[in-house]
Write a protein of this length. Sequence first.
Length: 132
Amino acid sequence: AKTFKNSIYLSFLWTTMISILIAIFSPSIITAWIGPQAVPNTITLIALLFRTVTLALDQCLGVLGNGLALLRLQAILSPIFAATKLALALLLGYVMGVSGVAWATGICVCIFSLAFFGIKCQGILRQLQKSV
């Protein structure tokens, strides 16, 4: 469990630091490559940062879930996640524009992967620690 916590912590730190740097420097990079007309607004950059960090944490949980043989739970949650994400992406995309789609992805990852799946993994890890 300690190795897993360290893995999540390092993944969170690394992804957050790199994402912040990319968010800061991407307007300059995009301006140099494409031109100033293609630079996204700050809300879109923050939404993409949030999406990237949540997906990185989701990958850690996915690897742990595979190792704990939680494939059935993943198979059940995946279509629910996809349908919810699609509906939320359409709604937030309509309301907020492009950044709404990134927000929808991050929100659904937080709800389905980090909350439901994370709680299940945490319970199994606790049981394993008690049995050792």
